[in-house]
Design a protein around this ligand. Structure first.
Ligand SMILES: CC(C)(COP(=O)(O)OP(=O)(O)OC[C@H]1O[C@@H](n2cnc3c(N)ncnc32)[C@H](O)[C@@H]1OP(=O)(O)O)[C@@H](O)C(=O)NCCC(=O)NCCS
Length: 78
């Protein structure tokens, strides 16, 4: 994902992630550029595994976000 440079830092990326997660399944995975790890951590994801190189794109890490009642760590009251 990317936001338009003139609006970066204004909350657009967070809004995109939050609205997307609200409409998706229980577990979301992505390959994140290491330069964007802090953004994904601030929007609820965590790093899994080791850093790896995506040819032509540079260093990345895998990240997971658990959402919904069947996500890892969610309480199961019903
Ligand atoms: C990463 C990106 C999508 C973030 O979008 P954005 O609209 O600037 O994000 P927001 O303004 O909603 O930021 C949400 C929070 O993340 C933080 N943040 C944003 N980019 C960050 C980064 N690269 N590293 C660490 N923290 C970051 C913001 O400071 C903000 O923190 P806060 O909650 O403490 O205020 C945007 O910078 C971008 O398009 N980058 C270039 C493309 C890219 O690297 N995409 C990721 C590919 S995996």
């Amino acid at each position: 994902m990317a936001t338009d440079p003139p609006v970066r830092g204004a909350g657009v990326g967070r809004a995109l992630v939050e609205h997307g997660l609200a409409r998706l399944a229980d577990l979301v995975w992505c390959d994140a550029r290491t330069s964007a790890v802090g953004f994904y951590e601030r929007t609820g994801s965590r790093v899994v595994g080791e850093e790896f190189d995506k040819p032509g794109l540079g260093p990345h890490v895998g990240m997971l976000t658990g959402v919904g009642p069947r996500a890892p760590g969610a309480s199961r009251s019903s």
